[in-house]
Design a protein around this ligand. Structure first.
Ligand code: SF4
Length: 198
């Protein structure tokens, strides 16, 4: 079994309401040894349909912010607190978050990244185990106990927030740039050739 397959949940029925609402289990994507792991809340409609986290417009915002710091989506790990789509896109309940927590902890333990980035309020509050004012705290880095491990966590607004409030765009891109710097994965020239090279 490959390392990627090892990180996949293929059969789970712990959350009855989510088993009814999902089309499939949406596992994390990206390298099994990524330095940077992004954690969202739960799959939405497009993620449920395509079987991949952070696709559609939110995924485009995330991909653009990664590209701005010279990273491809395939360079990072992207996952969620719960792996099945809640009905009507409601927030996952605390029981559902509890049920799925072990999968996320195992994923983080196996990957052992330099930095975890929480995308939005639900994953931030879940991983930090406290209430979080995401907009005010975006870009802050804190140490958190996740399972048996201590991890560096950077708080970020959810990429979808930038679609409804343009003022959040800079907050989001600044947080992603800081995350890339802290994880040591930023490509400083963005892969572009300067005129000075000619
Ligand atoms: S959300 Fe997680 S724990 Fe709940 S059914 Fe899906 S995979 Fe299982």
């Amino acid at each position: 079994m490959s390392q990627m397959e090892d990180l996949c949940v293929t059969d789970c029925e712990r959350c009855p309401a989510l088993v009814d609402s999902r089309s499939r289990i949406v596992n994390g994507v990206g390298p099994g040894d990524a330095d940077l792991v992004f954690v969202g809340e739960a799959p939405g409609a497009q993620e449920d349909e395509r079987g991949e986290p952070f696709v559609g417009r939110s995924g485009d915002v995330l991909n653009d912010a990664l590209r701005d710091v010279g990273l491809a989506r395939a360079d990072v790990r992207i996952t969620n607190c719960v792996r099945c789509r809640p009905p009507e896109n409601r927030n996952p309940t605390s029981d559902e978050l509890d049920n799925c927590e072990g999968y996320l902890q195992t994923e983080l333990d196996r990957i052992d990244p330099e930095l975890v980035v929480t995308l939005g309020k639900v994953p931030s509050e879940r991983l930090l185990d406290r209430s979080v004012a995401v907009t005010e705290e975006a870009g802050d880095v804190v140490d958190a106990r996740i399972g048996d491990s201590s991890r560096r966590v950077l708080i970020s607004v959810h990429p979808a927030a930038t679609l409804y409030d343009r003022s959040q765009r800079e907050t989001f891109t600044d947080a992603i740039a800081r995350a890339a710097d802290l994880a040591g994965v930023r490509e400083t020239d963005g892969g572009q050739t300067s005129l000075g090279d000619y």
